[in-house]
Design a protein around this ligand. Structure first.
Ligand code: ATP
Ligand code: MG
Length: 353
């Protein structure tokens, strides 16, 4: 069986370091592993419109921004097909058929949808399109016959829902769709990076992000103002490492080489954490170190982004070509789906048979 990746992001803003550690870094690793036959990376504009129907300009403007972030992180257009969701209308048709295989109460139970409805204050006015986006996501994944979906932890319920749809479809219409496997980061700190405000998730919609395209000054300002352990009032007080965003970011980004380079007083992160727990370690010092680490990690990404910003017409062509490749692939799956559902009436006179 072909090994195929499908993953993507909503163009609701530029991408941030949560995307990077949660999904982008893994994608680049998988892309370069040589283990995959096809890789599709989708800019999910149609999904972004489900909760941004009144802000089409925001979605439109972020398409190129997200594409730039991909290339900046090391997505290689020679190896990965980058495309825009709405340019592949086959996905909408698949969604329409899958909707019949899912109950309203099943979507209502999806914990990510529940949390996002609350976060967007949609309780009394959920757009129908937003409500069923997990079904549309199943269409995206299965259209490309994805075997692997590298994403952050918040996508686990979507993948479960997708697998259920695959099973149901195959049970009702015969073996047609491929079951995907979720690929989560191994590093627990990367599963769901918190926001700089201490909220559980860094998210474009919450405005608590460090963006991959932020200037060195912005990054520093954000880190120095980060939410930290609220009970650590005086330097000599013992600190709490668990749940402290500054230490979570260090868990996500810091390597032992960073200590050698920026803070040789400590042998590594465990020793620094022990000092914090004992007391006597000031937050500002830790934040300065985190700033050095993040600047070192983000500088090459920002530089690659700046190079691509000078080549926008090339990027445009690359996206246009990617959409064609993606559409052809999705159309093949849609043909199989129609065949399995016996609604391919005019292929080989099927309706007469
Ligand atoms: P929005 O607020 O518009 O939903 P978002 O910041 O949640 O934006 P998405 O485009 O929904 O970003 O998510 C893209 C990918 O990044 C998904 O695989 C998601 O799991 C992952 N991701 C998003 N935020 C984080 C985070 N804070 N930590 C780890 N992974 C994340
Ligand atoms: Mg999201």
């Amino acid at each position: 069986m072909k090994q195929i990746i499908l993953t993507g992001d909503r163009p609701t803003g530029r991408l941030h370091v949560g995307h990077y550690v949660g999904s982008l870094k893994e994608r680049v690793k998988l892309q370069n592993s040589g283990r995959f036959d096809e890789i599709y990376i989708m800019i999910a504009d149609a999904q972004a419109l489900t909760d941004n129907a009144e802000h089409p300009e925001k979605v439109r403007q972020n398409i190129m921004q997200v594409a730039l972030d991909y290339l900046a992180c090391g997505i290689d257009p020679e190896k990965s097909t980058i495309f825009v969701q709405s340019m592949v209308p086959e996905l909408t048709e698949l969604t329409f058929y899958y909707m019949n295989l899912v109950t309203v109460s099943r979507v209502q139970r999806n914990p990510t949808v529940k949390a996002e409805i609350q976060q967007r204050n949609f309780e009394a006015s959920i757009p129908v399109g937003f409500f069923w986006y997990p079904i549309s996501q199943a269409a995206d994944i299965t259209a490309f016959r994805a075997t692997a979906v590298p994403v952050g932890e918040d996508q686990l319920p979507m993948l479960e829902q997708c697998k259920e749809i695959v099973h149901k479809f195959n049970a009702v219409y015969g073996e047609t769709l491929t079951e995907p496997e979720i690929i989560l980061p191994d590093n627990a700190a990367c599963l769901r990076l918190p926001g700089i405000d201490g909220k559980a998730k860094m998210s474009k919609s919450l405005g608590n992000c460090i963006y991959l395209s932020d200037t060195p000054e912005d990054i520093k300002k954000k880190i120095m103002s980060m939410f930290t352990d609220p009970n650590h009032l005086r330097v000599e007080d013992p600190g709490t490492v668990e749940g402290n965003p500054v230490f979570i970011y260090l868990d996500a980004f810091c390597r032992s080489a960073h200590f050698t380079e920026f803070w040789p007083d400590y042998s590594g992160l465990e020793e620094l954490k022990d000092h914090d727990r004992r007391g006597g370690l000031g937050d500002v010092k830790v934040k300065r170190f985190l700033n050095n680490v993040m600047q070192a990690e983000l500088a090459p990404i920002r530089e690659r982004r700046q190079q691509w910003e000078k080549r926008l017409p090339e990027l445009y062509e690359l996206l246009e070509a990617g959409c064609k490749v993606a559409r052809a692939k999705a159309a093949e799956t849609l043909n199989d789906v129609r065949h399995a559902m016996k609604i391919d009436y005019f292929v080989d006179n099927n309706l007469l048979k």
